[in-house]
Design a protein. Structure first.
Length: 322
């Protein structure tokens, strides 16, 4: 039996849910996790027991996803055997916030968003995981209950901190809101098929003068298929973006998703990937930004990423600037 008075906490929550950051604020403690102990999940309860017996700290935090009661039972059993109480802190981060955290890390470390093929081919850091890992956690998650052996259970909501960001942006969710194609496809295959829609240039120039970073999101999956069928070339598509930028006469950055549906990427809307990517890359403060799009998916995407939303007919109303 351990004689020293202990405060033991099991900090649980989804992958990339902010557990490690939250654990740093629990002072006067030692954290037991797979990362800190360099061990497998099966070995972690032994490390928990070892730290209890060492009497080095009066607070021990065991940190992990621990999706099921069975996973948590090893640790509650150790606490019971050693005669110490164990509390449960449940960081209830949403699946979209977890995905947002992963994409922020990918942007910061690699300046790109991986899809499932990229994960199979490379070995990125432990903080960058496929979206399927997060989804599987939520599929099998069992809510903690006192009957598992916890003296108390506290649900902790996730709160995102934006720090000192203050950059604002006008975000166009699809390049089709800027032009129409004069060819037989809904997207131009060469520069001669681009026709800029009315008032686009004037409105974007005004927002640019007002200090907005102009960003356009686009999906290239159809274009990539056209390239694979030798209907167009990568060089032609790249030239189309250059002409679009020059025709608008404004400094505009294009962020494109070329993944197929089966690639299970983070960036296909309404997934939050592109929102996290541009927010991190351009140091945006979402509340100061404006997302322009006309579909229900655009509205859902804006809400998930904390962007105020406006329809294109309202945004590109040049009379509002006159």
């Amino acid at each position: 039996m351990v004689k020293k008075k202990f405060d033991s906490i099991m900090l649980i929550g989804p992958p990339s849910g902010g557990k490690s950051s939250y654990a740093k604020n629990l002072g006067g403690k030692v954290t037991v996790s797979q990362e800190s102990c360099s061990c497998s999940m099966d070995q972690l309860s032994s490390h928990f027991d070892k730290y209890i017996q060492s009497n080095e700290k009066t607070r021990i935090v065991v940190e992990g996803s621990f999706a099921t009661a069975q996973m948590r039972s090893k640790f509650t059993a150790v606490a019971k055997a050693r005669g110490i109480p164990i509390k449960c802190l449940w960081l209830n981060t949403s699946i979209d916030d977890c995905a947002y955290n992963v994409c922020t890390t990918m942007t910061r470390e690699y300046d790109t968003l991986y899809n499932i093929t990229d994960f199979n081919r490379t070995m990125p850091s432990r903080n960058t995981i496929p979206i399927g890992v997060i989804e599987r956690y939520f599929e099998r998650f069992e809510m903690p209950i006192p009957q598992e052996g916890f003296v108390s259970i506290e649900e902790v909501p996730f709160k995102r901190e934006w720090g000192q960001r203050n950059v604002k942006s006008a975000i166009i969710v699809n390049c089709n809101l800027l032009y129409k194609s004069k060819g037989k496809y809904p997207f131009p295959l060469n520069v001669d098929e681009i026709e800029i829609l009315p008032d686009r240039s004037e409105v974007l120039k005004q927002y640019n003068r007002d200090g907005y970073t102009i960003v356009a999101l686009d999906n290239l999956s159809n274009l990539n298929e056209a390239i694979s069928r030798n209907i167009t070339t990568e060089e032609s598509i790249s030239a189309c973006y250059d002409v679009l930028r020059d025709s608008l006469g404004v400094d505009i950055d294009f962020c494109c998703c070329g993944h197929l549906l089966e690639d299970r990427c983070y960036c296909r809307m309404p997934n939050v990937g592109h929102g996290a990517f541009i927010t991190e890359r351009y140091h945006l403060l979402p509340s100061k930004c404006l997302l322009i799009g006309d579909t229900d998916i655009d509205v859902e995407f804006a809400k998930k990423c904390s962007f105020p939303h406006q329809k294109s007919s309202e945004f590109f109303n040049v009379k509002s600037f006159r």
